[in-house]
Design a protein around this ligand. Structure first.
Ligand code: SAH
Ligand code: SF4
Length: 422
């Protein structure tokens, strides 16, 4: 934007196409090359193409070999160089050999600064506080594509939070692969202290953070949520499996009991903290009994929602050495079993809200259904009605009486006397 670029809705209208990629699951690389192939014909119209993200980081120069019409490859570790790379690209004639690469690995950086976090919701601002990962779970490509863990100073996080308030944001989400592994390079604040400080910046009404890693999840995080109203009552704490044997094979660094102990701290909080998780089914060697352990853990925790994945072998990862012998159809069956169980758990969890008065942030209106769409502090979707003629601004906070629930959403009515200006 600062360099005069403007987003356009379609590839056809664009002069420069930046294709962002993720390599966390599936046959990501193949999908990227198939898509790039589709773009080939657009090259004749003079468009330039860039590939960004983790597949760019992982495949590097190979992208130019396999897709010669690509002009720029910028790995996920080099986004801060993107503005200069675009200048170089603009000055380069469209011909082979004039490409720009940015594949720094920043493996040795202790600290990073970035202002390039995408913000698509005008009221929910995202701040990346930690990048990379040092955990090396056996199945995961992130440590190879995103490099070593590096945190930003608490002062720079706070500065950015204040800037976001000046721009009109009232909700801040702190981001990191393992957000709670945050280590302030200036040594001033623990993660819990950073949460408390961001939450007390004037003008901020909600603070979220994701993703938390169970190994680094301390009681101080629960205490700070209890003590700080602006911290949302939600913790995303991916477990991956309910079996200690599988967790060990995954190198997750905690056992089932250690995970459940952390859950018990969260459940003992004064606030009603919503719990969500990520689960992988079909990790090499996972038995039916071990899948049952995942199901029983889901019952014990009572997640509000879970993201579920079939194990997919990723390049460079230690799990590649294990035989991926569980057929895809069996992984799909296990996924369905887990999803079915979550539907039952999620439905029961959401029923408890019926009759409650919840504060929500308005995100828009579904005109066809005549319902307003909003999010609760627990980040649940709330569809609600308001009396005819009432107009609610996007980003405003109002109270809604919950009148019904589904496994993945709540329904309600605008409460009388709601603070309509938010
Ligand atoms: N750092 C976070 C998660 C980051 S990746 C954590 O450790 O919890 C997001 C999710 O993608 C993971 O939690 C995991 O459930 C899933 N995932 C990562 N690699 C995967 C793979 N090879 N196969 C299937 N799921 C995977
Ligand atoms: Fe991947 Fe594990 Fe790091 Fe999460 S903690 S990003 S799953 S290696």
């Amino acid at each position: 934007m600062q360099q005069g670029y403007r987003q356009v809705p379609t590839v056809e209208e664009a002069g420069l196409v930046l294709y962002n990629t993720c390599s966390i699951r599936d046959k990501a690389e193949q999908k990227v090359f198939n898509r790039l192939n589709d773009y080939k014909k657009l090259r004749k119209q003079g468009k330039k193409f860039g590939v960004l993200g983790c597949v760019a980081q992982q495949e590097g120069e190979k992208i130019f070999e396999k897709a010669p019409h690509v002009d720029l490859v910028c790995g996920s570790a080099s986004y801060r160089n993107l503005p200069q790379m675009l200048v170089q690209l603009e000055n380069a004639p469209i011909e082979e050999g004039k490409r720009v690469t940015g594949l720094d690995d920043r493996m040795t950086d202790e600290c990073f600064e970035t202002e390039f976090t995408a913000r698509t919701n005008p009221h929910r601002g995202y701040i990346t506080i930690i990048e990379g990962c040092d955990k090396f779970c056996a199945y995961c490509v992130v440590p190879y594509t995103r490099g070593k863990e590096r945190s930003r100073t608490s002062a720079s996080v706070l500065d950015e939070a204040r800037q976001l308030v000046d721009l009109g944001y009232t909700e801040i989400q702190l981001l990191g692969q393992n957000v709670n592994s945050y280590r302030d390079p200036s040594g001033n604040k623990t993660f819990a202290e950073l949460l408390a400080t961001v939450a007390t910046v004037e003008g901020i009404r909600r603070v979220r953070f994701t993703t938390s890693h169970p190994r680094d999840f301390g009681r101080d995080i629960v205490e700070v949520i209890d003590a700080t109203p602006a911290l949302c009552d939600h913790v995303h704490l991916p477990v991956q499996s309910g079996s200690t044997r599988v967790l060990d094979a995954m190198s997750r660094l905690y056992t089932r009991d250690e995970y459940l102990e952390r859950i018990s701290w969260i459940q003992a909080a004064k606030r009603d903290i919503s719990l969500t998780s990520d689960l992988i089914v079909g990790f090499p060697g996972e038995t039916e009994k071990e899948l049952e352990e995942t199901l029983s853990l889901m019952d014990l925790v009572g997640y509000d929602s879970v993201f579920t994945f079939k194990y997919s072998p990723r390049p460079n990862t230690p799990a590649l050495a294990l035989e991926d012998a569980i057929p895809d159809a069996e992984k799909a069956r296990r996924l369905a079993v887990v999803n079915d169980r979550q539907k039952v758990i999620g439905a029961a969890r959401n029923r408890r809200h019926v009759g409650q008065l919840l504060e929500v942030m308005v995100e828009g209106k579904n005109e066809a259904r005549g319902q307003w769409v909003a999010r609760t502090s627990q980040i649940k979707v709330m569809n609600f009605t308001a009396p005819a003629g009432v107009q609610l601004a996007t980003g405003s906070y109002v109270n809604v009486l919950v009148t019904g629930s589904f496994p993945n959403s709540l329904v309600g009515e605008l409460a009388c006397g709601s603070d309509l200006v938010g």
